[in-house]
Design a protein around this ligand. Structure first.
Ligand code: AMP
Ligand code: ZN
Length: 493
């Protein structure tokens, strides 16, 4: 099935700042690289939003019939504190703090990342390479950049020479910055600095004696720069020029700007046809971030164990909440917004249930083929999921009218409507029907009301052994209780 032949897709390319018609380099094939997590702590919901945006994009491309090679890396070395060239490696720092091996840190948080994504029903990428698995490739690129004269070695470290590069190329074209302005706005180097200019960035850093994560290289023992790993892994698996490079907006500069510079310096060509950037999830109006602590973790959303939440939310409700915003818009997380999304999600799932049972007539009032094309048009317009969802609700409105006998639908249209709803709701938005099987089951609700009553009675009688036993055994079954001001609620993980 090659649906893409009938659809013309436009994507917002950060490099041109415009929506452009999407034309892959090799017809029918798409190469997409997305910067993965730095695995030194649990992913927060902001990280999940960016990955979810690209999961939706991956799903849509696959649905259209493209053969997609989707590469999303794991950063397990080289990412220093504050995204700068000085300071400790984030993973090595955590390893020291917890008195474990860096690779134990990597393993723990890679597992957490995968488990979290699985709960949100992510598809696996085609390749998930690690930075430490590609040290040789990174060293080879450094050699090429040195040979071309765009880097210099000093005291066992190698730095990219931004000023030299900018003489023949344009450093700053992705982020819209001018090198002159950057120079004017940056502090001068001190005598201790190794770099020729503050804008230069590390391709290879010498490992000091206490640095655990180290590899031999032509410049001595050291470790690669963070920007370099993505250039090495994307080039290896997708080629010197590939279709799509994605990541969060905050990676545009310096990370992606440096990736472009490294690729142009080593290969002499632009590495990426379309740069796609996903916007930030905010909390209290500020970017969710690991370092400031202004964040919320997926496990907290699913258990309701966070002061800003009145209850727990099913993963598909969170996914629906994310999909109600365009991936390039800022989205603010709040309990009210999640409650509204939960309502919307249930309305959609109820609509799907009603669709199964509606009876058919000879004709339809509702033009399903035209409606279906509107759904594609929304997705073809830079993956406009909020508009798509508005069309899905339009269909739900008609389904309900048909159920009430106020409108009609033919069998042929009903089948088309069912297939289209399934495609968009489950395959493309990646939602699961967690309403029928879990929180919404009335028998389950009845049983839980009873159990919560028994626990409340035990607590009123000061029989804490029994009340704790009920809570603990429910937790072991994956059912979380949350005591709030309006009583006790439950959620199922
Ligand atoms: P990191 O592990 O810090 O390298 O981040 C992994 C991904 O999460 C990157 O693509 C970031 O751009 C993205 N990211 C970080 N914070 C947020 C946020 N608040 N909202 C959306 N994406 C984010
Ligand atoms: Zn990257």
């Amino acid at each position: 099935m090659q649906l893409y032949k009938n659809q013309s897709l436009r994507v917002h390319n950060s490099l041109s700042g415009k929506k452009e018609f999407f034309q892959p380099i090799n017809e029918g094939h798409i190469g997409m690289y997305v910067c993965g997590p730095t695995v030194y702590s649990n992913v927060h919901l902001g990280n999940c939003r960016t990955f979810m945006s690209f999961d939706m994009i991956f799903r849509y491309f696959k649905h259209l019939g493209f053969k997609v090679r989707y590469v999303r890396n794991i950063t397990d070395a080289g990412h220093l504190e504050n995204d700068a060239d000085e300071g400790e490696d984030k993973i090595a720092k955590k390893a020291k703090l917890e008195q474990i091996e860096p690779m134990e840190v990597v393993q723990r948080y890679t597992v957490d990342f995968h488990e979290t994504l699985q709960k949100f029903n992510f598809l696996s990428p085609s390749i998930e390479p690690t930075a430490t698995g590609h040290i040789i490739e990174q060293i080879e690129i450094i050699k090429e950049i040195l040979e071309k004269g765009f880097a210099y070695e000093i005291n066992g470290s190698v730095y990219f020479d931004v000023i030299k590069f900018n003489e023949e190329n344009e450093y700053g074209k992705l982020s819209g910055r001018k090198l002159e302005d950057m120079i004017a706005n940056t502090r001068q180097l001190t005598a201790q600095d190794e770099k020729r200019n503050p804008q230069d960035f590390a391709l290879w850093k010498k490992a000091e004696a206490q640095h655990i994560m180290r590899w031999p290289s032509p410049w001595g023992d050291g470790f690669p720069g963070w920007h370099l790993e993505c250039t090495a892994m994307s080039t290896k698996y997708l080629g010197e020029t590939f279709d799509i490079h994605g990541g969060g907006m905050d990676l545009k500069f310096p990370h992606h700007e440096c990736e472009i510079a490294q690729a142009e310096a080593s290969k002499g060509k632009s590495p990426v046809k379309y740069w796609l950037h996903a916007n930030m999830l905010t909390l209290n109006g500020k970017k969710m971030s690991k370092s400031t602590g202004n964040n919320i973790y997926p496990a907290e959303i699913m258990s309701g164990e966070n002061d800003i939440l009145s209850k727990a939310y099913a993963p598909s409700v969170v996914r629906f909440f994310m999909m109600q915003a365009h991936y390039t818009s800022i989205l603010d997380l709040s309990d009210d917004a999640l409650l509204a999304s939960e309502k919307g999600y249930h309305r959609l799932m109820d609509g799907l249930k009603n669709l199964e049972s509606i009876t058919t007539e000879a004709t339809s009032n509702f033009d399903i083929p035209a409606w279906r094309q509107k759904c594609y048009d929304a997705m073809n317009d830079d993956f406009n999921t909020p508009i798509l969802i508005a069309h899905l609700f339009d269909a739900v409105k008609h389904i309900n009218l048909i159920k009430e006998g106020k409108e009609t639908i033919s069998q042929e249209d009903k089948t088309l409507l069912q297939n289209t709803m399934d495609n968009f709701v489950f395959d493309i938005l990646g939602l699961e029907n967690q309403a029928a099987s879990k929180n919404d089951s009335s028998a389950m609700n009845g049983v839980m009301d009873l159990v919560i009553d028994l626990r409340n009675q035990a607590r009123a009688n000061k029989d804490f052994a029994t009340s704790d036993k009920i809570r603990d055994e429910l937790t072991a079954l994956g059912i979380q209780l949350k005591d709030g001001k309006d009583g006790t609620t439950f959620s199922i993980n």
